[in-house]
Design a protein around this ligand. Structure first.
Ligand code: BES
Ligand code: MN
Ligand code: ZN
Length: 508
């Protein structure tokens, strides 16, 4: 799918524009948007509205052909809801409706000219990004492992988005950035959707190496021997039960000044989580192929920022292995020593994410990071707390961390990839007490996502850190089972903002 910005001349408007289809907004009270009115030269659109064939409700659509007096072959009327103000939600619903119609339209090219000026809280840059992401999301297929592929390349493939002359230059950059973001999300979705027998730690490492080659990034992959030399006893305890070799991936995008402290992203890369000896029940266990979605979001974010040529230093770190039971597997009650020197009593081998992350979080101290953000499908308890709408955001509660949390929350809001802040408090730390080691790896059922974050917190005291629990947001279950690409939009928007803050508003 190809996206571009089309400058609309304020005098001549859209009626003389040659296109296979122009998508314009109409409202619930039978009112036309300004652009719809421009195309209503001989009253065809007014007549269609009067007929009741389209309600104007958000997401309702009506396709008109051969509208008199205009150059486009078709006009797609799109309901935007109330004309008082187009809300964020109504705009997104409309963009998704456009994507659905475009997918089976008999033309290759189209122009989208929705009434962005009617939005109160969002600007044209937001609308362009939302449009690109909605269309690319609807276009996403995962049939790599089906012998008969679904037919693609049908419908609209060339999408122009209308802009004023004044907006054109800025929106061209936004289109390029949105396409880069969509490419990153697609990579994250593909990796998540691939099964555990294909997407192994080695496969993730190869994907990182490929990215590094394509975009000239630094890459390093550590294997078991090197992890032993680093004394990552906690990470190694998780990989003991499997024959699949573990990998520890380090990816570097050094787009900033050499001296600037990097932002470090750490992604949980469990390519399959059986639970280990604390075996999970069988129902839906297949979905534990998604337990590497944190890792996939790091790789997808790197795909996006590398294509954007972001002027910021960013390092990605991915501890990756399988969690399997076997005669060699770690057992409940086993005590291991983490890279930090702290000892851990493993009371449940299914709480493995924190065990691989804690060593990665110790490893990244060497980068003297400006901030560290870990991303993990960490706890079922986070789904209980927040459902599937918000990612769980955890940080300590001081000024530096409040600022990081606010930045991440804002990046989530701006992209519709939202997070919700959860507490980290000493009272919860008590639940991790062990009779035999420095800490246990579980804190019991109450506040399970919080005690998991408290565990990680003990390994992050040397830098500013945030934890994103994406257990509820990284993939969908049921009939529409599939990876969502989250939280790549949140992370990418955060890094874009950070680059702008570091380099001044103009350069990023
Ligand atoms: N990968 C799971 C968390 C998970 C479960 C994410 C279901 C999404 C859906 C994680 O490794 C895990 O098993 N966590 C346990 C922790 C418990 C043993 C303290 C959990 O959430 O049940
Ligand atoms: Mn687990
Ligand atoms: Zn897991």
């Amino acid at each position: 799918m190809d996206f571009s910005i089309k400058t609309i001349d304020a005098k001549t408007g859209v009626s003389s524009i040659k296109s296979g289809c122009i998508a314009v907004g109409v409202f619930e009270n039978k009112k036309l948007s300004d652009t719809a009115r421009e195309l209503d030269r001989k009253g065809a659109i007014t007549a269609a509205m009067k007929s009741g064939d389209i309600s104007g409700k958000p997401g309702s659509t009506l396709l008109l052909r051969d509208v008199d007096g205009i150059s486009a072959e078709r006009v797609l009327l799109v309901g935007m809801g109330s004309d008082d103000a187009v809300t964020e939600k109504n705009f997104l619903t409309a963009a998704q409706a456009v994507a659905k119609v475009f997918a089976s339209l008999g033309t290759n090219d189209a122009l989208i000219a929705l009434p962005v000026d009617k939005m109160k809280d969002r600007d044209t840059a937001w609308a362009v990004r939302a449009t690109v992401i909605a269309l690319r999301d609807a276009d996403y297929r995962f049939d790599a492992l089906k012998s008969k592929k679904e037919p693609q390349q049908a419908g609209v493939r060339k999408v122009a988005i209308a802009a004023s002359a004044a907006d054109t230059a800025a929106l061209k950059t936004v289109v390029a950035q949105s396409v880069a973001l969509a490419n990153g999300m697609d990579l994250t979705k593909d990796l998540g959707n691939l099964p555990g027998n294909v997407c192994t730690p080695t496969y993730l490492a190869d994907t990182a190496k490929k990215l590094a080659k394509e975009f000239k990034l630094g890459v390093e992959v550590l294997d078991r021997k090197q992890l032993e030399a680093l004394k990552m006893g906690s990470f190694l305890s998780v990989t003991r039960g499997t024959d699949e070799p573990p990998k520890f991936i380090v990816l570097k995008h050094m787009g900033g000044k050499a001296k600037d402290a990097p932002v470090v992203l750490v992604g949980k890369g469990i390519t399959f989580d059986t639970g280990g000896i604390s075996l999970k029940p069988g129902a839906s266990m297949d979905e534990m192929k998604y337990d590497m979605c944190g890792a996939a979001s790091v790789l997808g974010t790197f795909r996006a920022i590398a294509e954007m040529d972001l002027k910021l230093n960013v390092i990605g770190v991915i501890p990756s292995c399988e969690n399997m039971p076997s005669g060699r597997a770690t057992k409940p009650g086993d005590i291991v020593t983490s890279m930090s020197g702290q000892t851990i009593e493993i009371l449940n081998t299914d709480a493995e994410g924190r065990l691989i992350l804690c060593d990665a979080l110790t490893y990244v101290e060497r980068f003297k990071p400006a901030a560290v953000i870990d991303i993990a499908t960490l706890t079922g308890a986070c789904i209980t707390a927040l459902g599937h709408h918000n990612t769980g955001l955890f940080t300590r509660h001081d000024d530096a961390h409040d600022e990081l949390a606010d930045d991440l929350l804002a990046a989530g809001k701006a992209t519709g990839d939202t997070a919700w802040r959860m507490p980290i408090e000493d009272a919860y730390q008590e639940q991790l007490k062990s009779n035999f080691a420095d800490m246990a790896n579980i804190g019991g059922p109450p506040g399970g996502s919080i005690t998991a974050a408290c565990f990680l917190e003990r390994y992050t005291r040397k830098y500013t850190w945030a934890h994103l629990d994406i257990a509820g947001t990284a993939w969908k279950s049921g009939a529409a089972k599939g990876a969502t690409g989250r939280p790549v939009p949140l992370l990418t928007a955060y890094l874009l903002d950070k680059a702008q803050a570091t380099n001044g508003r103009k350069s990023a």
